[in-house]
Design a protein around this ligand. Sequence first.
Ligand code: KG4
Ligand code: ZN
Length: 399
Amino acid sequence: MITLGIETSCDETALALIESRTDSAGQLCVRVIDSLVHSQAELHSAYGGVHPNLAKREHGKNLIPLLHKLLIGAELKTRATIGDSEFGAALESFKAEIAQSNPELFQTFSAAHFLKNIPSIDRIAVTEGPGLEPALWVGINAARMLGKLWNITVVPVNHMEGHVIGSLLASDAARGDWQTLKPIEFPALALLISGGHTELVRVDPDFKYTILGQTKDDAVGEAFDKVARLLGLPYPGGPHISKLAHEAEEQKNATSVKLPRPMIKSGDLDFSFSGLKTAVLYAVRAHADASGLVSEEFKKGLALEFEMAVTETLDTKLRSAIESSSAKTLIVGGGVSANRRLRERFQKTADEFGLTLYLPSRHISGDNALMIALAAAIHSSKPTGPLKADGTLRLGNAR
Ligand code: KG4
Ligand code: ZN
């Protein structure tokens, strides 16, 4: 079965194709055909964060050209060809709704005559949430139109489940070999750390999820992005903070500032990062010169202290969750899991507890559609209700 994955929940327009089958032992085998990500980060940089309507417009402009590129590269067989009148009728059926709400998508779709050659794709998996609703709708509307035009099913996928499943992929190489997903011993524990979420989740057989703890305010990625902004670094801030912290460490440049390790003694598995960000703000103010600037040396030292505070906080909660959930496998996912210090620390913790740790390859730690297509593949029969963006969709929600 060939699945087209579509992801537009934030500022990445992403598409992927995978092939999946169940082998004679009943194991799911997958093969990555290709995965493309078009990032809008540079455009949003001017706003210091993602601007929802700009994201929506950009997804609308870029999704169909990206699909063209994906299909050219994939060289799939053509299953059938659609005539002009049929193409026109399909467009007409969506015109009233989508030409209004997603004009860029409707325009590019209408001009995409390559869509009349139906590729041998069996279903579409699209992110339904959580994320920015105006952005999510673009992917959903594209999936609905393609599903109708090509007469194939559209499966909604939870973006956070995508981050869990993405970490189970051993190789994300395009045109790769058949592979099985990394084996999980249940119950597993997933730590999901991204720009919008910080969650500890128990994963039970059949991929049933229970949220054990989450952030009460900012997500950890959001804290990286906000602290980066305070230090005058571009969006997304995570990689920039990480680079400065690394330089500080190399140069043995420590700061005298001591930041809080929020909620490490709270006795629960929840997080809070907004106070940490505020502590950075006060430290910057206290060390700024008359024109409000701090030295590059100070920035580096503070970046290191911030990264250490985040690492110790996440690791403390992870350890408590391992103990209270009797987890047998650890999974870490989400954009922040690209961070080297965190990866090293989590590996150390996993080794200490004698647990297997699965991290996403750094290629697919950020948002991508490969994880969305994979998340659809693990559920053999997923109920398909009306497709609708749900910005606050949670893991473990019954549909
Ligand atoms: O999962 P993701 O791509 O998007 C969301 O679903 O939110 O995560 C994006 C977040 C951003 O906040 C970005 O700053 C952070 O991941 N990030 C990092 C690193 N690379 C990306 N944070 C810390 N260290 C990194 N190396
Ligand atoms: Zn994400």
